[in-house]
Design a protein around this ligand. Structure first.
Ligand code: PMP
Length: 289
């Protein structure tokens, strides 16, 4: 699904066939989860293929690497140029792009000077699908920000996400909603969360979440459309039975929820602010409108 015999990826200055990439079995990333990455999308636009908010994504990658003491000799502009080259080499247009910074063989718990840079891409639809989601409040909390840099996109943090999604699916839900260490709503396993009550949107402040680039885009769109948006802490009690809710993320884009903990949202999704923002987001990424 992600690659075939001809797929090329960028690795440490070289263009390699994906099937030929060799990674050390002693790579520290593989054993301990220290690595950083991004999830970026490109879209077919009337002006050709465009990577949405490439600078923002690569700045976050550089920030995440810095927080994890991984030294990189690239600027965000160089990363963007390489990514356009990658898309061209693989003939990709509407794609999902995955840069990964991983470390070399090192079984110690000290950070590593051997830092590798890989960028790959593939065709990918909406990763949570397009149907409205039935979501459960997870029994797993998001990591305490005093235990790690939650605002960085670190490979190891996704163990928490995998546990939460797996629990939700095993219980017959589509996805999980995780709380923070104070039992306030934080975010989904791979997306930020918004809910609507009386024509006002609410989302939690940054601090205990990965503050998404899509989330920031929603802030911009709300501002442009005159939609009132409030950042505050809230519990799942306030969300259950609210008017509407949605997840946002590069991969998920803007995706509506049907229910939380089997309690349906009051409005039909097409009558919510989430639906207006979903349509506007689609036009922003594809037509810059
Ligand atoms: N939270 C988590 C935990 C995520 O993995 C993602 C996806 N990167 C997001 C939020 C949304 O971030 P973005 O909008 O930058 O993709």
């Amino acid at each position: 699904m992600y690659y075939n015999d001809n797929t090329l990826l960028f690795n440490d200055g070289e263009w390699l066939k994906a099937k030929d990439l060799m990674v050390s079995p002693y790579a520290q990333t593989m054993h301990y989860g220290i690595g950083v990455f991004e999830g970026i999308r490109s879209y077919a636009t009337p002006q050709g293929t465009k990577i949405f908010k490439s600078a923002e994504h690569y700045k976050r990658l550089l920030y995440s690497a810095d927080k994890m003491h991984l030294k990189l000799n690239y600027t965000h502009d160089q990363f963007t140029k390489l990514t356009y080259e990658l898309l061209e080499k693989n003939n990709l247009s509407n794609s999902y792009i995955r840069p990964l910074i991983y470390t070399g063989a090192n079984m110690s718990l000290f950070t590593n000077d051997e830092v590798h840079v890989m960028i790959c891409a593939w065709d990918w639809g909406n990763f949570l699908g397009t149907k409205l989601l039935n979501v459960m409040t997870s029994s797993y909390q998001r990591p305490n920000p005093k235990a790690c840099h939650v605002e960085a996109k670190v490979t190891g943090h996704y163990v928490n996400s995998i546990l939460a999604t797996t629990e939700a699916k095993q219980k017959g839900f589509d996805e999980a909603l995780l709380l923070d260490m104070n039992e306030n709503v934080a975010e989904g396993p791979g997306a930020n969360f918004f809910f609507e009550k009386d024509k006002v949107l609410y989302t939690c402040p940054s601090g205990n979440i990965l503050p998404g680039i899509t989330r920031a885009t929603i802030f911009e769109l709300c501002n442009e459309l005159g939609i009132k948006l409030v950042e505050k802490y809230f519990t799942p009690d306030e969300v259950r039975g609210a008017d509407g809710a949605f997840f946002t993320g590069t991969a998920a884009e803007v995706l509506g929820l049907n229910s939380l903990d089997k309690v349906n949202f009051k409005l039909k999704f097409e009558n919510t602010l989430g639906s207006i923002l979903q349509k506007k987001y689609t036009r922003r990424v594809a037509f810059n409108e």
